[in-house]
Design a protein around this ligand. Structure first.
Ligand SMILES: NC(=O)c1ccc[n+]([C@@H]2O[C@H](COP(=O)([O-])OP(=O)(O)OC[C@H]3O[C@@H](n4cnc5c(N)ncnc54)[C@H](O)[C@@H]3O)[C@@H](O)[C@H]2O)c1
Ligand SMILES: O=P(O)(O)OC[C@@H](O)[C@@H](O)[C@H](O)[C@H](O)CO
Length: 430
């Protein structure tokens, strides 16, 4: 097995449009081959290896597509290739691990403790000498192997839409290790750098039409092209003890405080997306571009942005410029970003995209109409309106969706006793 410099977990579209692209434009990118593991199904690994790791990135502007062939993934592996995972994590050549495994893979309290119960089952698998499957379990197993082989320090770089995602992954890995192999904990503390990142590049699912568009531009009959928007952003906070590619060449920024970047993106972009996913799909819209073309949805988005902007610690003119640019990105009708895709896993997204604004406003003595509408639209979705519920962590929320107070007691117990808020959300669900 050839040595790699980067290991990725979660071989999906976003990784291929974002981290793999940044690596492809870095100087000496050939020195940074990637071993990419799927999160679950082996299919993406099989398809990508059949193309020697090469795939088409279709950068879709409002008027035309530009095709780039990306070749930074050296080898792809199926999720259950535990042996390859362990070998790559142990190798001293491996300098960093990137992750795109969805929000659900990190959160410990996920409306019923989904991630937590998965990790608990995994601790038991570990103690019985069986292969682990959860993200914390796989990372811990790889790090244990690295310690044994004296592979040296390493960076873990989560690229999912969570605030302080470096801290989130550190927490779940250290929790897992403290139950499965306590002797590993001090080694992790001394040798693993958990980098926090803000990632941004709207990357929808690929359609059959995209396959044709890619082939007609390149002549390469690609079974798995990725479509993405021209805009891209990556902000990172943390150290890379074993080095990293020069991602700055693609515009990545390295900062010492990521909070403002995260809040700007999570509340304005992702929070705006969630509003459109629930409120827009309930009005019969299919995509983000369709929803923002609806004057009512646009007015709701503007209202949400006005409230959410209070929690973005940046100068007002910068926030306004970001909002205007977002509207242009959302209106790109050639990107078919479906509301159903964004609506998925709301139980993991609403607590980080919407609840902080709701809570801040209520504490300031206000009843925020925009944030209330996002929450009410999600409740409507749980009751059956718009996009279907696709959320493994939502069972308890669906059960309680008929009663706003009960649902709030699960989502944000501190807010459930606020009579005026409960009444306003109830009213907004009608
Ligand atoms: N698509 C975007 O526009 C975008 C932009 C910014 C960030 N992201 C982040 O990237 C994530 C993936 O998005 P995508 O568009 O690549 O989706 P995708 O469906 O193409 O890929 C998702 C990947 O995550 C893996 N995965 C899912 N749940 C997992 C779990 N519990 N454990 C391990 N692996 C798991 C899947 O197997 C797959 O490899 C998002 O959830 C989000 O956090 C996406
Ligand atoms: O990818 P998710 O599931 O976390 O959320 C859906 C969208 O809000 C998200 O993918 C955005 O498109 C993305 O964060 C843009 O950078």
């Amino acid at each position: 097995m050839e040595a790699m410099r980067i290991v990725h977990l979660g071989l999906g579209n976003f990784f291929r449009a974002h981290q793999a692209w940044y690596t492809s434009v870095a100087p000496e990118s050939r020195d940074w081959p990637i071993a990419a593991f799927t999160g679950r199904s082996p299919e993406a690994a099989r398809q990508l290896n059949a193309q020697n790791g090469r795939y088409t990135l279709l950068v879709r502007g409002p008027e035309r597509d530009e095709a780039q062939i990306i070749g930074t993934v050296d080898t792809a592996y199926a999720a259950n290739d535990h042996q390859a995972w362990q070998a790559h994590l142990a190798s001293p050549r491996t300098a960093l691990v990137t992750l795109t495994v969805t929000e659900a893979a990190y959160l410990r309290e996920s409306g019923g403790g989904l991630a937590e119960s998965r990790a608990a089952a995994d601790v038991s698998a570990w103690l019985h000498g069986e292969p682990v499957r959860s993200v914390p379990g796989r990372l811990t197993a790889g790090l244990a192997e690295r310690r044994l082989s004296r592979g040296g320090p390493i960076a873990i770089v989560p690229c999912d839409n969570l605030p302080a995602n470096g801290e989130a992954v550190a927490r779940v890995v250290l929790d897992f290790a403290s139950l499965a192999e306590p002797a590993l904990v001090p080694w992790i503390r001394d040798n693993v750098s958990f980098v926090s990142t803000m990632v941004d590049r709207i990357t929808p699912r690929t359609t059959a039409g995209d396959l044709e568009a890619a082939a007609s531009l390149t002549g390469f009959d690609d079974a798995m092209p990725v479509v993405t928007e021209p805009f891209t952003e990556w902000v990172l906070d943390g150290v890379f003890p074993a080095g990293r590619p020069g991602w700055e060449a693609g515009g990545a920024r390295f900062v010492s405080d990521i909070t403002a970047h995260e809040q700007r993106k999570l509340l304005l972009l992702n929070g705006g997306h969630s509003l459109l996913a629930y409120a827009g799909s309930a009005r019969g819209h299919q995509t983000v571009a369709d929803a923002v073309a609806d004057p009512d949805c646009l007015a709701w988005l503007t209202q949400w942005w006005a409230e959410a902007s209070r929690y973005v610690p940046l100068p007002p003119d910068e926030i306004m410029a970001y909002r205007q640019a977002l509207l242009v990105r959302f209106s790109n009708g050639r990107i078919r970003h479906t509301l159903a895709q964004i609506a998925a896993d709301g139980s993991q997204k609403i607590p980080i995209r919407v609840v902080p604004v709701l809570r801040g406003e209520v504490r300031a003595g206000r009843l925020p109409v925009g944030a209330i509408r996002v929450l009410a639209s999600w409740i409507g979705h749980l009751r059956g309106a718009g996009a279907p519920v696709d959320d493994a962590g939502a069972a308890l929320f669906v059960e309680r969706a008929g009663n706003v107070r009960d649902l709030l007691a699960l989502l944000a117990p501190d807010l459930a006793t606020n009579e005026a808020l409960v009444a306003a959300i109830e009213e907004a669900t009608r």
